[in-house]
Design a protein around this ligand. Structure first.
Ligand code: CTP
Length: 422
């Protein structure tokens, strides 16, 4: 995940930078906001401070700001300088190397890629001075998110409106995405969260999965350029932005959704699944799918009595094992399968057995009895069990664990692409 410097300049669209900031965070990025003096007239720095949970840089001259020559330190640390909205004034300064405030100095000092989202009046945008400056910047490799057309705050109709936050975030992701990722252009299906198995109209059997691990994997896969389908059970945590989000409730619904997205009926040469979605190349089952479901769920609410209650549960279908045992498993187009194993004892031995039993490529094993690991916490520590030697990933954020898991998946994707057709 990247550290992004979000430059906010003095345009009416400055308030939309708040949404851009949230969008970047949803995809797992850290954001440090840098505001020009004019920007602070449109939005208060406190807004960005609260959202980024970091001090907002508003001036080069604030006491303390030069203790570690902040613009140089930040210039070194950021992986992207994104300016949204970017005014004609700042475009002009960037193009001409004028460094009269923090943001413009940061632009000159950083080696990170730069992405601008210009916003201004139609005539200003069309003016040869601005058009020329944008061309100069483009020739230098600066990326630009084209402004939108429509009603402008100044009352005009035309081109110049700040692009939608979602578009700006997507452009930032494209700039940040590692160019050589083996997942670029692949379809990755991730499941996340718990499933809820209804007992009656109001009660259910569930588990404590928050969805965070699966969400982190989905966000990281997307950052690497994959098309992501996320099949998620009910969660409190917001899912990341992905191409296809499928919300499900029960294990049976998750089974159906996964099979649809994987489209195992069409294992002919790489193609399109139903609904125009490309068949999944990788399936990562991070969801905590219920192993049992009430045998006879009631449609109405069951009234209590004084007698003890016995709930009969029956086994659910094992999605991962079903994928692993499909007759098409051995064909070259079959997806790479990754499962999770939540254990409390004999963690690795059990994970190994699970990998063989379910016929999957990787099992990510975690000892859920350890502190800070597994369900409902932002961190995890796992061991990746595969054909090769076990890979231990010590306690760290779920975002970093997701990156380590996907590094392994990328190796498998590459190996499969290089292997002779089976
Ligand atoms: N899984 C699945 N369908 C199920 C149950 C589990 O696809 N009905 C997947 C989970 O998403 C996870 C892995 O299988 O990737 C977990 O395997 P499971 O056998 O359920 O193991 P645990 O729940 O970890 O432990 P136990 O073996 O005790 O059930």
């Amino acid at each position: 995940m990247a550290l992004v410097a979000l430059g906010v300049t003095g345009g009416i669209g400055a308030y939309k930078a708040v949404e851009v900031c949230r969008g970047l965070q949803q995809r797992g990025h850290e954001v440090v906001a840098v505001m020009t003096r004019a920007a602070t007239r449109f939005v208060g720095p406190v807004t960005f401070e609260a959202i980024t949970r970091r001090p907002v840089i508003t001036s080069q001259w604030k006491p303390g700001a030069n203790a570690d020559i902040e613009h140089i330190a930040l210039a070194d640390g950021v992986e992207l300088l994104l300016v949204a909205p970017c005014t004609a004034n700042v475009i002009g300064k960037f193009a001409n190397g004028i460094a009269d405030d923090f943001l413009t100095s940061l632009y000159l000092a950083t080696k990170a890629p730069v992405l601008l989202a210009p916003a201004m009046n139609t005539n200003m945008l069309a003016h040869p001075a601005v058009a020329g400056n944008l061309q100069t910047l483009a020739a230098r490799g600066v990326h630009v998110v084209e402004p939108g057309e429509g009603y402008l705050a100044c009352g005009w109709i035309g081109k110049g409106r700040l692009a939608e936050p979602e578009e700006i975030v997507a452009a930032a992701e494209r700039v940040l995405a590692p160019r050589n990722s083996a997942l670029r252009g692949r379809h990755v299906l991730v499941t996340a969260g718990p499933t809820c198995e209804d007992i009656d109209a109001v009660r259910y059997v569930g588990n404590r999965s928050s969805g965070r691990m699966g969400f982190a994997i989905a966000a990281e896969a997307r950052r690497r350029g994959a098309t992501v389908t996320l099949v998620a059970g009910p969660t409190q945590v917001e899912p990341p932005a992905v191409e296809h989000l499928v919300r499900v409730r029960s294990a049976a619904e998750m089974h159906a959704a996964v099979m649809r997205a994987v489209d195992l009926t069409g294992l002919a040469p790489a193609g399109e699944g139903p609904g125009g979605v490309a068949r999944a190349d990788v399936v990562i089952m991070a969801a905590a799918v219920a192993d049992y479901t009430p045998a006879e769920p009631a449609t109405a609410k069951i009234a209590k009595t004084d007698a003890p209650m016995t709930l009969t549960l029956r086994r659910t279908r094992d999605i991962l094992a079903d994928l692993g045992s499909l007759p098409t498993r051995a064909s070259s187009g079959a997806p790479i399968l990754v499962g999770f194993a939540a254990e409390t004892e004999d963690v690795i031995a059990r994970a190994r057995q699970k990998r063989t039993r379910k016929q999957v490529d990787l099992i990510v094993a975690n000892d859920v009895s350890a502190a800070g690991v597994g369900f409902d916490v932002p961190t995890n520590a796992v061991t990746i069990v595969s054909e090769e030697a076990d890979q231990v990933i010590p306690l760290q954020s779920k975002t970093s664990v997701a990156a380590a898991i996907l590094d392994r998946v990328e190796r498998l994707v590459r190996a499969r692409a290089a292997a002779p057709t089976r």
